[in-house]
Design a protein around this ligand. Sequence first.
Ligand SMILES: [Zn+2]
Ligand SMILES: [Zn+2]
Ligand SMILES: [Zn+2]
Length: 210
Amino acid sequence: MRRARESTVLHWKGYDHARGGEALVRQMRPLRNADTEAVAPALPRLGVPAAVVWGAADRFQKLRYGHRLASDLGASIDEVAGGKHFMPEDHPDRIAAARQRGAARRTASSRAVTPYEQPEFERDRLPLIHPGEECEHLCDIDRLARPRAEACEECGMERTLRVCLSCGHVGCCESWRGHASARAEETGHPVIAAWRGGAFAYCYPHRRYL
Ligand SMILES: [Zn+2]
Ligand SMILES: [Zn+2]
Ligand SMILES: [Zn+2]
């Protein structure tokens, strides 16, 4: 109860002012089912460490969605009896435990990275999700660049990397420190491919998986 009150106070702050309604609309407006549907096919190929913790009593996001997500990610699922929608707030201990289990596994397997040679950095071998749909940004790149470093050039991260197909810059992913997208924004280079975690190409100007 105390935690619920604390939580309500924190969340309410953003809306409890004259332009609160606008804030809510701004927050809801970019939510589109189509975005979720577009990335769903990529989940099984993400290849990132994941654990799913789901409230068995969540009335908004049913338990079967959790099972679907876990199976797509190849992850374990921890069902929390009586858990509802706001799991990180209601059951922070279970989330922390899942993270810790994940970190332990990651340390154990962190040396199992793939070797440097990269046959997939060839146009006809890119793992495209929507192969029929042309992206002029990708077509305009004469020769796809291969990774020019073995780890994120900014922070040294060795897994779930993204490679710029224009210049070969290697950066870490959004769920780490986002150095790949930061560099893309700086250079205007449009398309990245996943490397050492995941199998997809993404176009920044189009804002979609290719
Ligand atoms: Zn594009
Ligand atoms: Zn980085
Ligand atoms: Zn680049």
